[in-house]
Write a protein that binds this ligand. Sequence first.
Ligand SMILES: [Fe+2]
Length: 86
Amino acid sequence: MYTDYHFQREERLLEEMAYPALDKQREEHAALRARVQDFRARHLAEPNPVLTVEIEDFLKTWMMSHILEEDMRYKPLFEAPTSSGA
Ligand SMILES: [Fe+2]
């Protein structure tokens, strides 16, 4: 799935940057993968609209929380240095 590719790429970049909170990133990514696999299994076993809404809500909440909190923590690693430091 695309998420796997994205997470692997993100984790590899953070590893190269020696990001100190990489374990937390890996942990959250793994938890999402497990949750998505669970949703998938439940959907395949018994598709229903309530589950679809539940999945959408979960993914929206997870993405907002993960991107705005965890991913924002490493943002400074990828920002260009300012010229004021010289
Ligand atoms: Fe992430």
